[in-house]
Design a protein around this ligand. Structure first.
Ligand code: FAD
Length: 311
């Protein structure tokens, strides 16, 4: 058994494990894929103090840093179930897909999230070649260019406002007959001269020249007509889904969107169970934020362990 078991090996999990190992606690990381979303990222320009890096390089750096400590890294392990401790200070159990199970007095849940995909032809092919999911990350790459934002909820409209200040032109595409974002955001978006809003539009394809994106096809759901817009970038903003399905019956409180509810210290509703990063209710999902959150959850786990002896 461990004193601290971290579930998930992205920036949040790596950070949490380093912090608890540095406190001298026996620490394990169980992750389906060490590195997390960072493994799928090309250029990273907003990891402060590192002007430019790339996902696989940052993932390797996380691994090296974790390797500096006596941390048991168990990769390719997918958690399926959490059984909370029966008593304060007792052992929580995590059961994995392969039937194995691990126990620890304290847990840090950092299973991250995934962007919801459109699932149309061209989307996967042109990922990082014009298809993007994070305006904070990739917006500046499209300076002066034409982009589309797919999705008229709060995140889509926020992304469109953000991008309208940087890029040449934004086309916002919404499937429904009206935008779902808060009115104040819609009003703000409509105040830009370089924004077109298209509703009742079903995206059917991201087109490209084999190298990069050159446009987007959609079906007008009212007339049934197929249309095409020429542009260089497509931001997909139809939802970020937390990887928390495995916690459904665990007793860990989840928000209506499935995010693990945490307080200002990274604590969940269960004593000894902490959480960090994209899987949680923390506002803004970013690498630098996830790392800070991981550190915070780890220090809270430390605090919990020194105050609660094993029964
Ligand atoms: P994740 O990175 O999602 O890691 C989650 C970990 O949990 C992984 O190891 C995963 O395998 C594991 N896991 C999931 N489910 C289970 C399970 N059931 N059992 C065990 N393990 C599990 N942010 C920036 O700051 N700058 C950028 O430029 C940037 N670009 C991005 C580009 C792309 C294409 C994407 C997808 C994201 C980008 N982000 C960027 C966002 C950033 O990657 C995330 O905010 C960050 O990785 C979140 O860290 P995390 O540790 O919370 O979760």
């Amino acid at each position: 058994p461990f004193e601290v078991l971290v579930i998930g090996g992205g920036p949040a999990g790596a950070s949490a494990a380093i912090y608890t190992a540095r406190k001298g606690f026996s620490t394990g990381i169980a992750a389906e894929r060490f590195g997390g979303q960072v493994q799928d990222t090309m250029g990273i320009e907003n990891f402060i103090s590192v002007p430019y890096t790339e996902g696989p390089k940052l993932a390797a750096a996380l691994e090296t840093h974790v390797g500096e400590y006596d941390i048991d890294v168990m990769n390719l392990l997918r958690a399926e179930k959490l059984i909370p401790a029966a008593q304060l200070g007792g052992y929580h159990e995590v059961v994995f897909e392969n039937g194995a199970s691990l126990k620890a007095r304290s847990l840090v849940l950092s299973t991250g999230a995934r962007w919801r995909n459109l699932g149309v032809p061209g989307e996967a092919e042109y990922q990082t070649k014009g298809v993007a999911y994070c305006p904070h990350c990739d917006g500046p790459l499209f300076k002066g260019k034409r982009v589309a934002v797919i999705g008229g909820g709060n995140s889509g409209v926020e992304a469109a406002i953000d991008l309208a200040l940087i890029v040449g032109h934004v086309t916002l595409i919404e499937f429904d007959s009206q935008l779902r974002a808060d009115q104040v955001l819609q009003d703000k978006l409509r105040s830009f001269a370089n924004v077109d809003i298209i509703v009742s539009a079903q995206t059917t394809e991201v087109t490209g020249d084999g190298e990069k994106v050159n446009g987007l096809s959609y079906k007008d759901r009212e007339s049934g007509e197929e249309k095409h817009v020429e542009l260089e970038g497509v931001f997909v903003q139809i939802g970020l889904v937390p990887n928390t399905e495995w916690l459904k019956d665990s007793g860990v409180e989840l928000s209506p969107r499935g995010e693990i509810v945490i307080d200002a210290k990274g604590a969940t509703n269960l004593p000894g169970v902490f959480a960090a990063g994209d899987a949680t209710t923390v506002p803004y999902k970013q690498i630098i934020i996830s790392m800070g959150e991981g550190a915070k959850a780890a220090l809270s786990a430390f605090d919990y362990l020194i105050r609660n002896e094993a029964p």
